[in-house]
Design a protein around this ligand. Sequence first.
Ligand code: DNO
Length: 359
Amino acid sequence: MRMVFRWFGTGNDTIELEHIKQIPGVEGVVWSLHDIPAGEEWPNEKIIEVKKQVEKSGLNIDVVESVNIHEDIKLGLPSRDRYITNYIKTIEKLAQAGVKVICYNFMPVFDWTRTELFKEMDDGSTALFFENEKIKNSDPMKLVDMISRNSSFTMPGWEPERLEHLSKLFEQYKQVTEEDLWSNLQYFLERIIPVAKENDIKMAIHPDDPPWSVFGLPRIITNKQNIQRFLNLVDDPYNGVTLCSGSLGANPDNDVADMVRKFTNRIHFAHIRNVKTYDNGDFIETSHRTEDGTVDIYNVVKSYHETQFSGYVRPDHGRHIWGERSRPGYGLNDRALGIMYIWGLWEAFKKSKSEDSVT
Ligand code: DNO
């Protein structure tokens, strides 16, 4: 298991690289060029600039999250080929810079969706919250407005250029069924995966968050069966997943530990965090401990250990604690606590295994 930590770049994050380096066992940052619009080729100078800066702090740039996919690819429009060509060129450049894994998603229009970014919890901390009824009855434009008013940062997945044509996008997606989305994903993968393989970059799709349709838009990377279908679209180790316990865990029918075992060879990146789910479909992003939420994090980490997972892991999101002001879900403190919890479990599994083999 190789621990990494998401960092949004100088001027775009409250956290310093030096502080990330002080979290025990963190080897690298998970990064992106957040100012490059989806669909454009990434400039080499910018890639090298991040590489130099991060490596100077003693961290690596092995994992990129995300290279976002242009909506025309998801919609299957004729213009998709141009954007796929740009995507391929970006993969090649990232490989040259030493990147090993690219995380991306295939969610129409919105990436992750929440209704509150700073929901107060009983202990006074705040966390990301999803209120089911609110989503069912709300106008997506109002949610976009709420999200941008509550965050002084551009949120990943909610980039302005992606959202400015929102009503047009909704109109276009009216014609797109889940099956269309599957076939547009296959078209993309068939062109991307051979390039990734040639360049030794593992592609790792992120599950849909939450793992069900929102605002009537199709969503397909939602459960075990669909992840299996996804892997079969191009059955190659370079076509893999980012297994996110929090995204999948928002649906209590998803057994994340079981998925870790089932998809072991195709998991290139693990996002480990907890959520507390409610019967009405609401969920809140709690602290990482198993007893604080609904996802059995003990079992998830145990499954990674038993399958000898050697890929990249990040603690994903955290609550906002101790007065820290940060990007929603991306403070330093609670994510660092999450890392220490994961390391604690890992050490215990490792030692009990070696004791077993002695006795
Ligand atoms: C949320 C993240 C997602 C993820 C993308 C990958 O915080 O886990 O935004 O980065 O879905 O493309």
